[in-house]
Design a protein. Structure first.
Length: 433
């Protein structure tokens, strides 16, 4: 990347006001990109994620024989391989993206050939045993490096599997479904908590048949996929940063249009409402089975109250927990987060870094193995933030900085490019100073 912005200085703001439309959802873009590249025909996507993670997915699929053409701002045309990838002796570079590595592994496990997948330093620390187990149970061979990437897959015809995921993970569920798509017989994934269901919706949009119950999804293979045209809904996990910023300022008024509101993701709105933010949802419509709508948010005069996030909610809000914790000191009653152990194996140990950076800003916070307690009624000061090159930590503390006294320096701010390159420009656009 040329001339990366390594550091960002964030000045306090007076208010958050404005109206935005956000780039496409990262989870949906990964799936549309991957399925389009595997399908028969040419798919056209608009508002495709601008993040580096989804570019990693497209680059890997291109290396496997798909054709990818950028046709405009955030628009991409993907011509698929019609169900058969071309093996490459070059390693497939998944960059920082766990979604790319885990989901593409399922696709490749059922393909004839040997594939090596690599990632950056952060991705090379993340657990991959969780995909090795089910894929080997189906008959593929996976070699990991001490439980991590680099990983090598020897793929070929598989046998169908009935699998219960040990930790809730949409990536692992998708991995098994993509192997099942190509495998004779019915492959079923059971999950104790329903994780985001973009794969199920996308597979159906591309023409696959799936059976769903409350706690399972089954796919009878083999099935082929057919190209689609789709507009990707705005990313609600990116919106979380701006909604949390709006939550910091009584009198704020933020409107976000064309936002993805899939119920397996939109519990963010329930959590923020429980915390005290006033939210209305308008113009709901369905696009390729994904809900899209307009969200309007404003903070009440008395500010935020208090909230607890645990159990199923913690799993559903896993990507939003750092920013919810980062705004909590400014609330009246604080936040209690539990059952979020998975945060420790994301792009960084997000519990440890959230605690460290809150303390750097002068906040009192208590760390637990599976979460943290952040009391309310605190005043924070500007500080130097260690983002650990983790996009969500960099953005979460840029939001916390808006109500601190003095300026905050975000180290590794360029990591925002992983999911949301436009973040700092849009934050400047809505922050009144
Ligand atoms: C994602 C699933 C979640 C989430 C990640 C995106 C997806 O990860 O944290 O940012 O697109 O399926 P897990 O599957 O590891 O829970």
């Amino acid at each position: 990347m040329s001339n990366p912005v390594q550091e960002r200085l964030i000045r306090p703001a007076q208010n958050i006001v404005g109206s935005l439309r956000l780039p496409g959802d990262k989870s949906i873009s990964h799936r549309y990109g991957m399925l389009g590249a595997f399908a028969e025909g040419t798919s056209r996507f608009t508002n495709f994620s601008t993040g580096a993670d989804c570019a990693s997915t497209l680059a890997c699929m291109q290396a496997l024989g798909a054709k990818v053409v950028k046709t405009g701002d955030n628009a991409v045309e993907v011509t698929g391989v019609g169900g058969h990838v071309t093996p490459t002796s070059q390693p497939l570079d998944c960059g920082n993206s766990g979604s790319t590595m885990r989901m593409i592994s399922g696709l490749l496990a059922a393909q004839q050939g040997t594939f090596t997948l690599i990632g950056d330093a952060s991705l090379s620390r993340r657990p991959m045993e969780r995909i090795r187990k089910p894929l080997e149970a189906m008959g593929a061979q996976l070699t990991l490096t001490e439980g991590h990437a680099p990983l090598t897959i020897v793929g070929g015809p598989l046998t169908a599997l009935d699998y219960t995921t040990p930790v809730p993970s949409a990536q692992v569920k998708t991995c098994v479904l993509l192997a099942g798509l190509q495998t004779r017989g019915t492959t079923t994934v059971h999950e104790a908590l329903r994780t985001r269901d973009h794969s199920e919706l996308a597979l159906r949009a591309f023409g696959a048949r799936l059976e769903r119950t409350k706690t399972s999804v089954s796919i009878a293979g083999p099935q082929s996929l057919h190209a689609i045209d789709a507009a990707v809904p705005g990313d609600i996990s990116s919106a979380a940063f701006f909604l949390c910023a709006a939550a910091l300022f009584p009198g704020s008024n933020l409107v976000i249009d064309a936002l993805g509101l899939n119920p397996t993701r939109a519990s963010l709105l329930d959590a923020l409402t429980a915390f005290g933010l006033k939210i209305s949802v308008l113009n709901l419509e369905e696009k390729n089975a994904e809900l899209v709508g307009m969200v309007q948010a404003s903070a009440p005069a008395e500010g935020l109250g208090s909230t607890t996030i645990s159990g199923a909610l913690a799993a559903q809000l896993i990507d939003e927990l750092p920013v919810l914790a980062a705004i909590a000191p400014y609330s009246r009653g604080g936040i209690r987060i539990r059952d979020a152990r998975e945060l420790r194996v994301k792009e960084s140990d997000r519990i440890a870094l959230t605690v460290k950076n809150l303390r750097a800003m002068g906040a009192e916070v208590e760390e637990f193995e599976d979460g943290l307690d952040v009391p309310g009624g605190q005043t924070l000061h500007g500080a130097t933030i260690d983002s650990g090159s983790d996009h969500r930590i960099a953005m979460a503390f840029s939001v916390a900085a808006l109500r601190a006294s003095g300026e905050t320096l975000i180290q590794g701010a360029d990591s925002a490019n992983i999911s949301f390159p436009e973040f700092f420009d849009l934050l400047d656009q809505i922050a009144e100073r």
